[in-house]
Design a protein around this ligand. Structure first.
Ligand code: GRF
Length: 207
């Protein structure tokens, strides 16, 4: 079994998409070993519990020291001996030590077509506000490996989504989730679970 940890901060619709994809057989030979949240109120934790998945909170409030917090986060992941860490709306910067130890074994979903509308400051609705303000006609989502930068790691999958004239950031966010994020993230996990990808000079290729 390919073991994954899913790290969350909020509603957890992407987590739900992974749970559903495992149940329906879109993702095979894979189990969610643990769901880790930085936020005890994250609805994602409820989703995990409902699905019978171990859910833990490594709370920033309880561990104010950044170094201690990073250690706690890393041990929560290491304890589970996972093959892959999936960031599904996780709003905490990943400790550098974890990035090094899990090189090309941490993936993130970002709700735009990287390299547009990404990097520092582009999170949540700000991504979609940026796209609408610039007037682009397509946006989308990207699954990428996590490296030391913000949204700079090798790109695994992307899917374009049309922007409509009367879109609000909220409407666009929802369409990108439905049409792109909830499909792309399970697809990427399944490819990795079956060892179908390799990174060659910073570029992801199918094996
Ligand atoms: C998604 O838009 C994802 O792209 C971004 O954070 C949001 C998480 O939503 N990284 P949810 O918690 O999965 O519903």
């Amino acid at each position: 079994m390919f073991r994954i940890a899913v790290m969350v901060s909020g509603g957890g619709t992407n987590l739900q998409a992974i749970i559903d994809a495992i149940e329906s057989g879109v993702i095979t030979d894979t189990e969610i070993a643990v769901v880790i949240s930085n936020n005890e109120d994250a609805y994602a934790l409820e989703r995990a519990k409902k699905a019978g998945i171990k859910a833990v909170c490594v709370s920033r409030k309880e561990i104010p020291d950044r170094g201690e917090y990073n250690k706690a986060l890393l041990s929560a992941v290491e304890e589970e001996k996972v093959d892959l860490v999936v960031l599904a709306g996780f709003l905490v910067v990943i400790p550098e030590e974890m990035i090094q130890k899990y090189r090309n074994r941490i993936i993130n979903i970002h709700p735009s077509l990287i390299p547009s509308f990404c990097g520092t400051g582009y999170y949540g609705l700000k991504v979609h506000e940026g796209a609408l303000a610039r007037g682009v006609k397509v946006s989308g989502a990207t699954v990428h490996f996590v490296d030391e930068g913000t949204d700079t790691g090798p790109i695994i999958l992307q899917k374009a989504v049309e922007i409509l004239d009367d879109d609000t950031p909220e409407v666009l966010q929802r369409r990108i989730m439905e049409q792109a994020e909830w499909k792309l993230l399970p697809e990427a996990i399944n490819l990795l679970a079956h060892d179908k990808l390799e990174v060659v000079e910073g570029v992801v290729k199918r094996k």
